[in-house]
Design a binder for this molecule. Structure first.
Ligand SMILES: Nc1nc2c(ncn2[C@@H]2O[C@H](COP(=O)(O)OP(=O)(O)OP(=O)(O)O)[C@@H](O)[C@H]2O)c(=O)[nH]1
Ligand SMILES: [Mg+2]
Length: 458
């Protein structure tokens, strides 16, 4: 997951506080000294660390914490809140999903300034190889999921390969790409794209711009020109999280010239240390709006500071998990499933549907990282099936009679042999599948209970 080492070390640094009935100032100072080292090691800006430690220490030494029954928990909460603040929580970029179980609004990307009565123009800028082109395509796909009709525009005119790359991505997504061959005037292409968008009723225009190895005046002038001509609603800087403090100074530079609106931090699936994410907001003053978490076109998440802080501290990020589930799971189907679960009627057909949907949510290890450390993560491993295994499971279930699928308890020895023969598998495979089914049944029940509890709490 993102920031794995930072996450591990921070949790270790705070571990010493656990199990203590009461905390004194010394305990807190010792823990904070460790937290400070961990943050510096993660390449967080020195001044940012200093202020952070001062704020957390002051709050943690307050009477409320010292006298509370679970002081360690309270300190961890303070660290989490302050970390969220570092990453921009104060602005509450985006409203979270409704917690009462109601469906979110069609467009909940509240961190984007969508223009009224005209297409919203979003400029994607950044240095070479930061991930601009990929991110432009990912953004288009995300906006479409939220009911928009995007147009991608190739403004990186210096390399023919750049235009081709964007076109290929557009094709994969079936999202239109506007380009003008043999024209090296990026501002003019940007201008023409407004007309194109009007013609095709595109309400969001995403401009993929050229990168350079270093900040250079010529590029900045061009970007300033484009921004002015198209009256961009959003200038989003794409920057590589692996670059640490370097990413922060790049952002500062871009902001001084272009007055950026936000930052998209890419490659968080790599082993970035966390320094960029934790310093950007304080140093540059602009929020991180999205994060790139992989090379695939749906590997882009809206950035929620609170959720990220919780993930880093091992407190889980159940909300993102629910977001992902909502993208994949058909609502009606989910409700049906829930009612079946409640009545203990979850059968093997449902099991197959669940497995299929879980697979669509992404790799299991990405999901496991979002669960609180207290969750029995081993249980989830039973749902970790690759395509090959899935085909086998499907064949087995399809070789059962409807009655067997509804009530697997009737599947005795001779039925097992028949099913194995019918699906070209072994009796052991049938046994394994039935055990797995029982485990998933238990897990879904546990999740359901947690869900009920969550709804009741809020
Ligand atoms: N792992 C990972 N790779 C990413 C991510 N975002 C982009 N990449 C990869 O980074 C490489 C560069 O991405 P591009 O989108 O071409 O970068 P660019 O900024 O447009 O590059 P130039 O146009 O050459 O300036 C590609 O191989 C992408 O697949 C991410 O979030 N995670
Ligand atoms: Mg590019």
């Amino acid at each position: 997951m993102a920031f794995e080492s930072l996450s591990q070390k921070l949790q270790n640094a705070l571990k010493s506080l656990r199990g203590k009935g009461k905390l004194n100032e010394n305990d807190i100072e010792n823990a904070m000294r460790e937290v400070k080292l961990v943050l510096l090691e993660a390449d967080v800006n020195f001044k940012v660390v200093k202020d952070f430690i001062a704020r957390v220490s002051q709050e943690a030494k307050g009477a409320k914490v010292m006298e509370s029954l679970s002081p360690a928990q309270m300190v961890i909460k303070i660290v989490s809140d302050e970390m969220a603040r570092l990453m921009g929580a104060e602005e509450a970029n985006i409203k979270s999903l409704p917690l009462d179980g109601s469906q979110p609004q069609a467009v909940n990307i509240k961190n984007i300034n969508f223009a009224q009565n005209k297409p919203t123009v979003i400029m994607v800028v950044g240095l070479q190889g930061a991930g601009k082109t990929t991110t432009a395509a990912k953004l288009a796909s995300l906006f479409r999921k939220h009911g928009k009709n995007p147009l991608l525009v190739a403004c990186d005119v210096y390399r023919p390969a750049a235009i081709k790359q964007l076109k290929t991505l557009g094709k994969q997504l079936t999202i239109p790409v506007f380009s003008v061959e043999d024209n090296q005037n990026a501002p003019e292409i940007a201008k023409q794209s407004l007309e194109e968008a009007r013609k095709h009723a595109n309400d969001v225009i995403i401009l993929d711009t050229a990168g350079r190895l270093d900040i250079d005046e010529e590029l900045m002038d061009e970007l300033v020109d484009i921004r002015r001509i198209v009256e961009a609603s959003e200038v989003l800087l794409v920057t590589d999280s692996m670059m640490g403090q370097e990413a922060v100074s790049i952002a500062k530079n871009f902001d001084e010239r272009l007055n950026i609106d936000g930052i998209i931090l890419t490659k968080l699936d790599g082993d970035a240390r966390g320094g960029a994410a934790l310093s950007l907001k304080s140093v540059v003053g602009k929020p991180i709006k999205f994060i790139g978490i992989g090379e695939k076109l749906n590997d882009l998440e809206i950035f929620y500071p609170e959720r990220m802080a919780k993930r880093i501290l091992g407190m889980g990020d159940v909300l993102t998990l629910i977001d992902k589930a909502q993208e994949v799971f058909d609502e009606k189907q989910s409700l049906e499933m829930q009612s079946k679960m409640a009545q203990q009627r979850f059968d093997l057909d449902d099991f197959l549907v669940q497995l299929e949907q879980l697979q669509k949510m992404g790799p299991i290890n990405q999901l496991v990282d979002m669960l609180p450390a207290t969750f029995n993560k081993k249980q989830l491993a039973v749902t970790d099936v690759n395509d090959q295994k899935f085909v086998k499971i499907k064949a087995i279930i399809q070789s059962m009679t409807p009655k067997e699928r509804q009530d697997p308890s009737i599947i005795n020895g001779s039925r097992r042999t028949r099913i194995a023969n019918g699906s070209a598998t072994k009796v052991q495979d049938i046994n394994a599948l039935l055990t797995q089914f029982e485990q998933v049944k238990k897990m879904v029940k546990q999740m359901n209970n947690q869900n009920k509890w969550r709804k009741a709490k809020w």
